[in-house]
Design a protein around this ligand. Structure first.
Ligand SMILES: Nc1nc2c(c(=O)[nH]1)N[C@H]1C(S)=C(S)[C@@H](COP(=O)(O)O)O[C@H]1N2
Ligand SMILES: [Mo]
Length: 414
């Protein structure tokens, strides 16, 4: 089975190589994306709840965990997070609509800037690369529902474990430079972003997300055309995507094609109903009494995730165990990561790796010698430069914004 999928991957790479930068996906047919599906029993890695995961290989991608196929929801296996940058081919994928772009002609592709501007713009791919000063940044992205499967009680929605995230180096044009070139009119309140993907029905709302005009004009967002030194993979937003560093990936609109400057706030399903969390200070609510006040999700909460060992791994007693992970926040900066190997009774500081970039994750590590056989509860807790740390319990009905201290049960055998 593996041999067969490798062969298909090579075929694909050859054909995409021949067609070069236009990134026509030979394996993609209009309206449906060809992929290979492998079922694998991973009970050792994921425990009872995730004992059967479906693996799939899409164009430009390696084998990823497939949560859904139309539209594709693909999760990155944890071992890819043991390096500073997440490879493009392993980067997670999330689309809301099956009508996602499968080929883009760069000769005709334009990013339009319309609405409350004095100079509406039609920017080609080359305009963005040559007329705007390029900016390079390493930034962490994470789906708002990353780790949703760990909420108790469970919540509906894609049952991601921790792999709906990644860290990549982007090159792009500053959003503020593009908006300034378009001359935003006084009275503008928002800029909203839409991509080439199309809703299934005319009555369904486009996937479109707004930023306040103040944040769009003063924040660090870029319109990225390069990811880890390569063109953006089609499934991650070729040819250009918005990168809103420090904010949840729901704002990182892929295959960006339209920027609308607005004098009235945008209202649609994605703004008014989806991607909202309880307004309460801890953003947590009682499952029996969901809060009436909600606010839109914005930036990332401070959080550490253990990457290795993985849950339910069997470890050898007497051996040194390397505990390694990542920590993220909204860009203020990770200051401390503590690890507990006794279910939160005692905590030890982990060693932080160097800062990669402002909006990047920060990696950390610790060595542990389990004294004897048995089951151990590993936990990790991050604190950022603003003093924000992690709660022991939280819940919200959307299963968003997870920041609970992670608990990972491992077994030490002889
Ligand atoms: N055009 C478009 N952009 C989009 C989406 C989408 O459905 N359409 N989904 C958003 C959500 S919710 C997430 S989590 C990220 C996923 O980005 P990725 O597939 O590159 O990892 O894209 C965001 N940008
Ligand atoms: Mo998402």
């Amino acid at each position: 089975m593996r041999a067969q999928t490798k062969y298909q991957r090579r075929e694909f790479l050859q054909s995409s190589g021949m067609l070069g930068f236009s990134a026509f996906l030979a394996a993609c047919k209009t309206g449906s994306v060809a992929r290979t599906v492998i079922n694998a029993d991973l009970s050792d890695d994921y425990g009872v709840r995730h004992n059967t995961r479906t693996w799939a290989r899409y164009p430009e991608k390696c084998d990823l965990i497939m949560l859904a196929d139309r539209p594709p929801l693909l999760e990155t296996p944890m071992h890819y997070f043991l390096q500073d940058l997440t490879p493009n081919e392993a980067y997670f994928v999330r689309w809301h609509y099956a009508g996602l772009p499968t080929r883009v002609d760069l000769r005709t592709f334009r990013v339009q800037v319309i609405g409350a501007v004095n100079r509406p713009l039609q920017l080609s791919f080359d305009d963005l690369r040559t007329k705007c000063e390029p900016v390079t940044m390493v930034a962490f992205s994470q789906c708002a529902g990353n780790s949703r499967s760990f909420f108790r009680p469970q919540v509906p929605g894609a049952q991601w474990t921790d792999g709906a995230m990644g860290n990549a180096r982007y090159v792009g044009a500053r959003l503020k430079d593009v908006l300034k070139a378009a001359e935003v009119k006084p009275g503008a309140v928002e800029a909203s972003f839409r991509g080439l993907d199309v809703p299934p029905l005319e009555s369904s709302p486009h996937f479109e997300k707004p930023l306040t005009i103040d944040y769009a004009l003063n924040g660090d967002s870029i319109i990225a055309y390069e990811m880890n030194g390569e063109p953006m993979p089609m499934l991650n937003g070729f040819p250009v995507r918005l990168v809103v560093p420090g904010w949840f990936a729901t704002y990182w609109v892929k295959a960006l094609s339209q920027i609308t400057v607005r004098t009235e706030p945008l209202h649609n399903f994605w703004v008014d109903t989806g991607y909202r969390i309880p307004a309460a200070p801890e953003h947590s609510e009682d499952p029996k009494h969901p809060s009436e006040q909600t606010i839109p999700l914005t930036d990332y909460p401070t959080r550490a995730i253990i990457i290795t060992p993985e849950a339910t791994t069997k470890l050898k007693s007497g051996a040194t165990v390397k505990i390694e992970g990542i920590a993220v926040d909204n860009g203020a900066g990770i200051r401390r990561v503590e690890v507990s190997t006794d279910g939160g009774r005692t905590w030890t500081d982990a060693a932080l790796d160097r800062v990669i970039d402002k909006y990047s994750w920060r990696r950390w590590r610790m060595s542990w010698q389990p004294a004897q056989r048995g089951r151990y509860s590993l936990q990790s807790r991050a604190t950022n430069a603003s003093g924000e740390t992690q709660p022991g319990y939280e819940w919200n009905h959307g299963g968003y914004h997870r920041r609970t201290i992670q608990t990972l049960d491992v077994e030490v055998v002889s």
